[in-house]
Write a new protein. Structure first.
Length: 582
């Protein structure tokens, strides 16, 4: 844990959420207060879709804008909360008409179009378990996930359906394929046996369907990102909405009426917890942009919609950094009030870059598919130590523990763990109960990440437990080495592994990709070695640096260090179903 940048001081905002003294807030925190902000169903049930959408009718906000959609061809559509209520009612009724009900798995394989959101929330209203799949998946990952989950419904679109036609034919549990031809984008009829989304919606009543879920009923299942191995199906409950709502407010600073943009796809947990649920329970106007990454388009989107709160990921930030500061400075980004990031460690360099590009630091926060919602965050009102993930949310008991689940003192690295019982905790890995059980030791949930806590209570990410390097008795976290390397002006991205060594057990090896305009020469490589030695302790600095064209990443943009290692050692690559293709 090295602090390469000074602490960024924050002032407590005048209006809530004012968590400036959140150590005190943590001491007196009671989830019951958050529970009282929700509507609940008659009889005490809880339903995510009802809390995110229908609750706002009750409070007279049905006409408020819920979604501003921009399609990849430039089409625009906007939806009020009442529009969403009616669409999700129809989809829930449509499922009932098909005989699909409580506990059935309804999967979506679609791009970021409004109907995708309607299908997920409609399925939740119907008591089904919703399972969004990332639209860039090829046939194998789609088959694995549909087969493993035993999905009975797949909602998709013509081009994606075509891509996976071969696997759909061989899924005995899959009963209905519902196909949306958004705005008539695709010519030609549907495949035989497929159901037409628009026609079924038209035929389904708009009336409120019966909603009969409890807080303990399953809601959404997400397969993990596959960064460390074969993706696991983490299953969540409707109860998770409690924590999603609160973290939306406290960690992302969402206030009713805000314009908010989350760049994550619904296929990953950030795209549902913070691209659907938290923003809508907090009654914000969400921008949904169907297109992919482009620095210019992204800045344009912030400018056009006057985005106030923006939630994105480290890889995206590094891609923006690669293009320099002139570009963001040529747009009016003054609407931004809060910028946050999740999914990977956020290099200190990226935190402070936010100040130059947006006039505010980027707020890192930590959580995972399994936790369902933000656990540790840099709050809008709290001082930031660049490179730290921040502090646990009030109501969350996080700690650093040894392998036996005993707490370690500040400054000692160990397993990042949390006391079970937080509202959005996953309930199982689908059909892998033993694997689920194995994540709990001595009353702690083990995240699989290695971290440490400092004297002030801030948490610092070190690496995935599997990625931590043991070199001559020193434990080295890849993140520290990567962060040092990307401070060099030539380096765009870095991935660090431990390479077996007969003397030191492992040596640190770094792979780097370069920014445009730099060439991979031996001189540059030597310069980078010297640069890293100047920043890092001798035992930690890389012994080898290799310059490569790009780092292998998951489709959600995470660096796959296990693949760098497998390739280095000539070992099998393992599950690569979420590997991004060039
Ligand atoms: P798999 O479990 O399949 O290997 P994954 O762990 O990448 O994939 P996710 O649940 O999407 O799947 O990612 C959660 C993980 O991402 C965390 O456990 C952590 O390793 C990393 N992560 C997320 N946010 C942060 C952060 N702010 N700082 C450091 N690491 C983070
Ligand atoms: Mg994981």
């Amino acid at each position: 844990m090295t602090m390469s940048h000074p602490t960024i001081r924050k002032e407590a905002p005048a209006s809530p959420p004012n968590l400036a003294d959140y150590d005190a807030a943590r001491a007196s925190f009671d989830w019951a207060e958050v529970e009282r902000e929700l509507a609940w169903l008659p009889g005490g049930g809880l339903n995510i879709a009802y809390e995110a959408i229908d609750r706002h009718m009750r409070d007279g906000h049905g006409a408020a804008a819920a979604m501003l959609w921009e399609g990849k061809n430039g089409e625009t559509e906007s939806y009020s909360y009442d529009d969403l209520r009616r669409l999700t009612n129809r989809f829930a009724n449509l499922l009932a008409n098909l005989g699909v009900g409580k506990g059935d798995r309804v999967f979506t394989f679609m791009e970021r179009v409004p109907e995708h959101y309607a299908a997920i929330f409609g399925a939740l209203k119907a008591g089904c378990i919703a399972g969004p799949l990332f639209s860039a998946f090829g046939p194998d990952p789609v088959r694995d996930r549909l087969e493993d989950s035993g999905a009975s419904v797949l909602v998709t679109q013509p081009d994606l359906r075509e891509r996976v036609a071969g696997v759909i034919a061989n899924l005995p549990e899959l009963k209905h394929v519902v196909v949306l031809n958004k705005n008539g984008r695709f010519p030609g009829p549907l495949a035989p046996g497929d159901l037409d989304f628009a026609a079924l919606m038209e035929a389904a009543p708009e009336d409120d369907p019966p909603i009969a879920t409890t807080r303990d009923d399953f809601s959404i299942m997400h397969y993990t990102s596959g960064t460390t191995g074969k993706p696991k199906g983490a299953v969540h409950r409707h109860n998770s909405v409690i924590q999603q709502h609160l973290t939306g407010k406290w960690a992302l600073d969402l206030r009713p009426g805000d314009v908010y943009w989350c760049t994550a796809d619904p296929g990953w947990v950030t795209g549902t917890s913070y691209g659907m649920i938290a923003p809508w329970t907090n009654r914000v106007t969400q921008v949904v942009y169907e297109g992919g990454f482009s620095a210019r388009r992204w800045y344009e989107t912030i400018q056009r919609y006057r985005v106030e709160v923006w939630y994105t990921a480290p890889t995206a930030v590094r891609m923006l950094m690669k293009q320099g500061l002139d570009l963001p400075r040529s747009f009016d980004l003054s609407s931004l009030r809060h910028v946050a990031s999740v999914g990977e460690p956020l290099n200190p360099e990226a935190v402070v870059w936010g100040q130059q590009a947006f006039g505010m630091p980027i707020h890192d926060n930590w959580w995972q598919t399994e936790t369902g919602a933000i656990m540790i965050a840099n709050y809008p009102c709290a001082d930031i130590k660049p490179g730290s993930m921040g502090k646990p949310l009030p109501g969350i008991k996080a700690a650093i523990v040894d392998n036996d689940g005993e707490r370690l003192p500040p400054g000692r690295s160990g397993n990042l763990a949390a006391r079970p019982g937080w509202p959005s905790m996953f309930q199982t890995y689908w059909r892998q109960e033993e694997r689920y059980e194995s994540r709990f030791v001595n009353g702690w949930y083990f995240s699989g990440d290695e971290a440490e806590q400092d004297e002030d209570g801030y948490f610092w990410f070190i690496g995935r437990t599997d990625d931590v390097i043991n070199t001559a008795g020193h434990l080295v976290g890849p993140f520290e080495v990567e962060s040092a390397l990307i401070e060099h002006p030539a380096v765009a991205e870095a991935g660090v592994i431990g390479k077996p060594d007969p003397v030191a057990m492992e040596v640190v090896k770094a792979f780097v990709s370069l920014k445009e305009g730099y060439e991979a020469t031996d001189d540059l490589r030597r310069e980078l070695m010297g640069f890293a030695r100047g920043k890092l302790a001798a035992a930690v600095a890389p012994r080898e640096i290799e310059i490569i064209a790009g780092l292998p990443k998951t489709r959600s943009g995470k660096i796959m260090r296990r693949l760098l290692k497998a390739r280095e050692l000539g070992l099998p690559e393992g599950d690569t179903s979420t590997l991004e293709e060039d």
